[in-house]
Design a protein around this ligand. Structure first.
Ligand SMILES: C[S@@+](CC[C@H](N)C(=O)[O-])C[C@H]1O[C@@H](n2cnc3c(N)ncnc32)[C@H](O)[C@@H]1O
Length: 279
């Protein structure tokens, strides 16, 4: 976590509690799942030391493959920065830095200091991860000017953001015109039989392993299936991305639909002018 070159942008003070209360389209209102910023941040603070191990264990390490697939979607040009929001312990940011041309500055943002501290420890001297800049920021009020990043990504984070639509709008705002927004998120398999099996693993087995492993935070791995169960996926999430201002939104389910990559583009300046009737 370092002072950012982008700090000259006027930052709206982040008040997570008021963001929790005031956001239009606030998904924290979904019955049964408390997605208030305070609760989500505290939950990730508690599980931060075991987050990576749990992730790889519970997904049988498939999460690495999903991130790799997401990174392969990025079309990165030299000299233009990339932002990974809700970066957590930084795995996607690190994978992006590995693939990016050396002149691409990669940043990771998250509102949980404990997760970012682990991300910072993963930077290796002499490796592409060395220059990743991690900053503390709420995805609902990113401290960057508009049109800053050629690609803006989020992996398994959007589901946790109190106001999904505000999180998406912020990703679009800080993305350059014509740039890419990529979302990687859990989804529900559609195949009969597999859907039930997955539901059983996710609701019954996974929280038990999680509770056993995470010991002092029993609610975190109950939260996971609950938050996935109520989160939009497939075309519904694609439509929310379009509503947030993206064009050419498409999605690719992976591993029988357990996770999905969503991609959208911020309209180019020319598109916008044409929409307003200007040549
Ligand atoms: C499940 S973790 C995902 C971490 C990482 N992207 C990965 O692929 O493993 C979700 C992360 O989203 C962060 N998060 C949730 N809501 C946020 C918000 N409003 N602003 C910033 N970060 C948020 C949490 O602190 C947590 O680190």
């Amino acid at each position: 976590m370092t002072a950012s070159v982008f700090e000259q942008h006027e930052m709206a003070p982040i008040d997570n509690d008021s963001a929790d209360r005031d956001s239009a389209g606030d998904d924290s209102a979904v019955p049964g799942v408390d997605k208030s910023g305070t609760r989500v941040r505290e939950m990730f603070r508690q599980i931060a030391p075991r987050y990576d191990a749990m992730n790889h264990l519970l997904s049988l390490s498939i999460d690495r493959y999903w991130r790799w697939r997401a990174v392969r979607r990025l079309r990165m040009e030299p000299n233009h920065p990339v932002l990974d929001t809700c970066t957590g312990t930084g795995d996607l940011a690190i994978a992006i830095a590995k693939k990016a041309p050396p002149s691409v500055h990669v940043m990771g943002s998250d509102f949980c200091t404990a997760m970012l501290e682990i991300a910072c420890q993963k930077r290796r001297p002499g490796k592409s991860s060395e220059n990743i800049e991690f900053i503390e920021a709420d995805s609902q009020a990113l401290p960057f000017p508009e049109n800053t990043f050629q690609c803006v990504t989020v992996a398994f984070g959007l589901r946790n953001v109190t106001d999904t639509d505000q999180g998406l709008r912020e990703m679009v705002r800080v993305c350059t015109a014509g740039g890419q927004v990529v979302v990687l998120e859990f989804s529900q398999p559609r195949m009969i039989g597999l859907r039930q099996l997955y539901g059983f693993y996710f609701r019954i087995i996974l929280p038990r392993i999680g509770q056993w492993f995470a010991r002092n935070d029993k609610s975190a791995y109950k939260y996971l299936p609950e938050s996935v169960g109520q989160f939009p996926d497939g075309q519904t999430l694609a439509d929310r991305m379009t509503a947030a201002g993206m064009v050419q939104v498409r999605f690719t389910p992976m591993t029988f639909g357990v996770a999905t990559i969503y991609e959208g583009k911020k309209p180019s300046v020319r598109n916008e002018l044409m929409k307003q009737g200007q040549p």
